[in-house]
Every structure is written in C-alpha cells, then in structure tokens.
Design a binder for this molecule. Structure first.
Ligand SMILES: N[C@@H](CCC(=O)N[C@@H](CS)C(=O)NCC(=O)O)C(=O)O
Length: 218
C-alpha cells in the first residue's frame, strides 16, 4: 500500500489548499498540519528549513520522499497516482497548464494574496487594524491580476482546455477567499464569468471538502 500523503502546513493556507485540492480530485488520502509522523515541526524551525530550503509551505512527505513547491507537488501527485488527469490533454495544453501554474503561484499570489488580501487577514496597522493606505495602494495591481485571469478564462469552463487541471487547483483557493471578503478587497464579483467559475470550483466535491470559509479553518 502506498504510504499516506502528508502535506506540511495549515489547512487554511492557500498553497496547502491547492495541494489538498489535487489530492481530493485524485482521490488520494492525505493529511495536513504541522505534525509529521507523530512529531510536531514548528514553522521556520531548523527542521522546517530542512524540508523546504526557504521555509515555505506546503511540503509533501510521501514515504521517504520530500517535495516542495506547490505546482511540483501537484504534478507529482498527478503522476504518482496515475493515470494523469490534471495536466491537459495534449502537449500544448500541458505547456499552458504549466504556464498558468507559474503565473498563478508567483504573480497572482503576490498581487492578490500577499500584497492585498493578507492585509485584512493579518492586519499590520495600529490596534491590529488593516492599513487602508496599503490596501488602496496595492489594489490596482490586484485588480489587474484578476482581470488577466478573467480574460484568460473568457467563457470557457476551465482556465485551460475543457477539463479541470492543476491550473484551476492553483487558482481556486485564492478566488474562494476573495469571493468571501467584502469591498474593498472583493475583486471577483465585478467579473460575472469569473464569479460563476469560482462558484463552480467551490461546488465541486473537492471544493466542498477543501475550500471552507477562513473562520472555520483557523
Ligand atoms: N513558492 C511557494 C510559495 C508557498 C507559500 O508562500 N506558502 C505560504 C503559505 S500560504 C508560506 O509558506 N508562508 C510562510 C512564509 O512565507 O514564511 C509554493 O509554490 O509552494
């Protein structure tokens, strides 16, 4: 029997959720959290840095294999628990799935999550309030990133091709958190097709398991 897939990191993290969605889509049993093989590993401890050289999450532990970086984890899970179903139907689609995984995990995450939404989730202003000037300053870049995604989606059912791929798994947690939040953080609602797509991802069996409201997951 294949060893249990462990995803090191909290279940509310957008990146941990991306990997968890892949497990759900593939029917792979997995667990998330800071406990690996019955041992708790503190975030940014030496042990964490041994798992991920830059101290990020998730890290996949599968038997004696350790793998970091979410898109790589997604590709590994799709291959190791074959047949591959989440990487497009031909070479061109595979390349586009790779491209969108990179764009989403690097630039969209940076503009929409790190620099924008996290200001509300982990406020750094006085008395624990969000810094509204930071939100206002970073909103145009976040809006631009969401517009780029909405343009790529167009009226297609998924980001690349006609089937759910890793690119959709990378995007779903960010969109789901954004849809949950009110103005001025909510950006998805002004793009009707993107909102419908976000709702469809949320309603998939994988979305129902993984994309829980933040308040339920922390
Ligand atoms: N490039 C990484 C980014 C992962 C990432 O930024 N994860 C966040 C959790 S949502 C994290 O580790 N934050 C802690 C930190 O930045 O030290 C990936 O694709 O997996």
């Amino acid at each position: 029997m294949s060893p249990l897939v462990q995803l090191y990191g909290p279940s509310f993290s957008v990146f941990v959720r991306m990997a968890a969605l892949v497990c759900e889509e593939k029917g792979i049993p997995y667990q998330t959290g800071k406990t690996l093989n019955d041992k708790t590993i503190d975030i940014h401890s030496d042990e964490h840095f041994q798992l991920h050289p830059f101290g990020k999450m998730p890290v996949l532990i599968h038997g004696d294999r350790t793998l970091c970086e979410t898109a790589s984890i997604g590709r590994y899970l799709d291959r190791a628990f074959g047949p591959e179903t989440l990487q497009g139907e031909n070479d061109w689609e595979r390349s586009q799935v790779d491209q969108w995984c990179s764009l989403i995990t690097q630039y969209v995450d940076f503009c929409v999550v790190r620099n924008f939404m996290l200001e509300v989730v982990f406020p750094k202003g006085e008395n624990g309030q969000p810094r509204m000037d930071v939100i206002a300053a970073n909103r145009p870049a976040a809006e631009n990133a969401i517009t780029i995604i909405a343009r790529q989606l167009g009226d297609k059912p998924f980001l690349v091709g006609n089937q759910f791929t890793l690119a959709d798994a990378m995007l779903a947690p960010m969109l789901s958190y954004n849809v949950e939040t009110p103005e001025p953080i909510n950006l998805v609602t002004t793009h009707p097709q993107l909102l419908k797509y976000a709702n469809r991802l949320q309603l998939r069996a994988s979305g129902q398991k993984v994309l829980k409201p933040l308040i339920e997951s922390m």
